[in-house]
Design a protein around this ligand. Structure first.
Ligand SMILES: Nc1ncnc2c1ncn2[C@@H]1O[C@H](COP(=O)(O)OP(=O)(O)OP(=O)(O)O)[C@@H](O)[C@H]1O
Ligand SMILES: [Mg+2]
Length: 226
């Protein structure tokens, strides 16, 4: 089942004479349960694409259809609600709120809904290995632990799609592997994931690798066997 359809998506930056087509007429579809790695050189438009798909930035033209909704047509208020209910996002530098505890950071997205998610929280905190850290502040955690908190926050509302922009880019190889193993675990349980990475060894573990260059897809390879 296709849960995300991208049609002729474009985004440019800058004024006329110094215009950059960061995303240049890109089309592809994503099926439920896919784990897509997006790779490509620096400046090729990977983050721009991810931000458009996750509703963090507005495209100039094209369509992004997530579960029958063209998110390009939503106003800011509608987008906030759509994102809350459908999108999880993990950043390279975690983006946790420094004054909130681990538990409060993970539960933050649930404050905007009527869903308490107590059961999901217990499952996440255990799987993420953060039970002993619930009352800690982000600054008291290692980078890998902070990124695990960010995974919890991204998954607490059971998003349709989990986006990650270089989620292991700031981590040592052991912590990076732990994060990747967690993402693979959630993908095995049906979570659709779209991840930008520079690490080709991690990309190889995804079910599909999309290679970007100059704002365009130059290669799209689906793995048949996992
Ligand atoms: N806010 C912005 N204003 C102006 N230009 C931008 C902006 N964001 C990105 N760009 C430009 O758009 C192009 C694509 O940038 P993008 O950040 O999407 O690349 P990337 O593939 O994610 O690179 P990296 O691997 O270094 O993170 C680059 O030329 C960049 O300079
Ligand atoms: Mg980037």
């Amino acid at each position: 089942m296709e849960i995300l359809k991208i049609k002729k998506l474009s985004k440019k930056y800058g004024k006329k004479d110094s215009e950059i087509l960061a995303v240049n007429n890109v089309s592809f579809n994503v099926r439920k349960g896919e784990f897509i790695a997006i790779v490509g050189p620096s400046g090729s438009g990977k983050s721009t694409l991810l931000n458009l798909l996750a509703g963090l930035d507005k495209a100039d033209s094209g369509e992004i259809i997530i579960n029958k909704t063209d998110i390009c047509k939503l106003n800011d208020k509608q987008m906030t609600i759509f994102r809350r209910d459908n999108i999880g996002f993990i950043y390279q530098f975690y983006n946790l709120i420094p004054t909130l505890t681990v538990k409060e950071n993970i539960l933050l997205p649930t404050l905007l809904t009527n869903n308490r998610q107590d059961e999901n929280y217990q499952k996440l905190i255990t799987k993420l290995g953060l039970q002993a850290k619930e009352e800690c502040l982000p600054n008291d955690l290692s980078g890998g632990q902070q990124q695990r908190v960010a995974i919890g926050r991204a998954l607490i509302n059971n998003p349709l799609i989990l986006f990650a922009d270089e989620p292991t880019g700031n981590l040592d190889s052991v912590s990076a592997k732990k994060i990747m193993d967690l993402l693979l675990h959630y993908n095995k349980n049906g979570q659709t994931i779209i991840m930008v990475t520079h690490d080709l060894n991690l990309a190889k573990k995804a079910s599909r690798v999309i290679t970007f260059k100059d704002g365009k897809i130059i290669k799209d390879s689906v793995k048949i066997h996992n």
